[in-house]
Design a binder for this molecule. Sequence first.
Ligand code: DC
Length: 225
Amino acid sequence: MPHRVIAIDGPAGSGKSTVARRIAQALGLTLLDTGAIYRSLALRAREQGVDWGDGPALARLCASLDLRFRLEGEKDRVLLDGRDVSDAIRTPEISRGASQVSALPEVRTALLGRQRRFAEEGSVVAEGRDIGTVVFPSARPKIFLSASPEVRAGRRHAELASAGQRVSLEEVLREQVSRDAADAGRSAAPLRAAADAITVDTSGLEIDEVVARILALVAAADAGR
Ligand code: DC
């Protein structure tokens, strides 16, 4: 039997990462955080002096990326060449780099096979921007998480504050608006819900409610409804 893929797509701050981790834990599946792959590439490029706009050089870098994921309690650890880069890939600078490198078709093509191979090893909860549309078009169910821009910026601001980073809410909102526009407006795999995705607006919901709703959608998909 082929391995199962549950797809969770959505913009930054929609609650995707937390929700995907909780669903993976609840169902005993592996979590595939595809944003972390783009972030790790941006970090590696920065360290090696490769420009974030240089598609061919970045594609070559993709081939040698040794990436592993480890779920440790609440933390989704990312190991790049055996080095823990979980925090280093989440800085505002690397967020910008990830957005830039992910807009390049050469990069997306170079990373496609790698993402699909994760699901050859076992069933996964895959989260990103184009999981339901491009990477795993036969995933079931496909969830698209959304939330208002203000709610998303508020969550991101709280996250940064608890990590000791001092930025204003206005700055977070401004950055988010420009990143959203870049992610949704690019021609290569833009951020959008798949035609058969189920959209869940998380604006007024607690994480537990979102998780319960998605687990019910997974059960419904299993029952063939
Ligand atoms: O989900 P995230 O914030 O960690 O993603 C970082 C960047 O990578 C974001 O700007 C969009 C991009 N990305 C993408 O283009 N496709 C994916 N499947 C996942 C992330």
